[in-house]
Design a protein. Sequence first.
Length: 135
Amino acid sequence: MGKEMLLPIAADFIRQKSLEHHLALATLRSGRGGSDTVGRLFHCIYVAYFVREATIGRFDLNVFRAAEAALHEMVTAAKGSGVYEISGDGCIQIEHVLAMHDRQLATIPRHVIENAQKRLDRFLSTDDLSPIASA
């Protein structure tokens, strides 16, 4: 493993990812989001979960479960209305995960983030509904 894999990710990349995630939430908050927007947030929640699991372990997962549930509720409602609107409480739950993930990106070594992404890729190839539910 090279030295760059032991360091946190570059600041420019962190700003780009953080902006992408926070804009996705702002877009949903404004009622203009869609499935791509929701997908970005699921991606963030799951990568943050996998990083947390790799660095701290499988405990105190309620913040991830609440954020995931908020997105699922919104998607279910959007199937009937065609409008992706997030509740105020759901928005707060997702904001907690986004803030946590911002801190992770700034402090966690690159190899941990990349391994979390690989775990997400493996999860996406399954029929499982959530990587968090079984934790």
